[in-house]
Design a protein around this ligand. Sequence first.
Ligand code: ADP
Ligand code: ADP
Length: 227
Amino acid sequence: MITMTDVGKVYKSGEVETHALKHVNVTIEDGEFVVILGPSGSGKSTLLNVISGLDTVSSGTIFFGSKELTRLTMDEMTAFRREHLGFIFQQYNLLQNLTAYENVQIGADIGRDPFDVDELLAKVGLNEARNKYPHQLSGGEQLRVSVARSLAKNPDIIFCDEPTGSLDEGNSKKVLRLLQELNEDFKKTVVVITHNIGIAEMADKVILMNSGEITEVRHNAVKKDAQ
Ligand code: ADP
Ligand code: ADP
């Protein structure tokens, strides 16, 4: 479980202070599908960055279970991130001189208890494409390689920033289905930032943000299936 207590984040540039997060209190349970929803500039990325240790907080505490992340050194945080956290980025960041299989293997290599690469490729529908290089793959296939790679090390939590932001509708739906599978079949905690109301309907919990504050935390009694 992740517990954020009275978390604040202030960005200073010269005289200008931006309060990107103000008194944020929220919990994320193990296995939850959580969506962070809110307008541009409301603090969504900042929230994700401080939860995942990509950025530090200005005040408050963040616990992963009994481990206080806000007390770790940068090196400790990096080690923690490598072992426990997975990221799906908008740019797929695939290595061009490696095949789909080899790209996913890289993810598996850094895990302590990694998934089997063959199983994973089958799961994301890449059996046929396993020996192709990124430039031989469609956008949707590249995306699935990138998702498989982030999953391969068997992280406890998957973070995903605007997964559908730059994708066409068909690929957006593929991402949504994959995220739902990660959550339901692999029992992973999934935290997704989005503008997309459709994704919010698939979540267990929706964190609504505005001007650096959490304005509402909504629990969905029924989760909608990815279409
Ligand atoms: P969102 O993801 O909801 O669009 P962000 O978390 O990116 O919002 O930004 C929240 C606020 O913090 C905005 O006002 C943004 O301009 C500001 N901000 C974000 N990152 C930085 C930074 N590195 N330096 C200064 N201000 C920042
Ligand atoms: P690893 O699993 O070895 O940490 P990655 O290459 O996926 O491998 O990422 C290393 C770290 O660098 C990530 O944990 C993340 O903190 C950061 N990172 C990687 N790519 C990006 C990106 N495109 N934007 C922001 N941060 C990134």
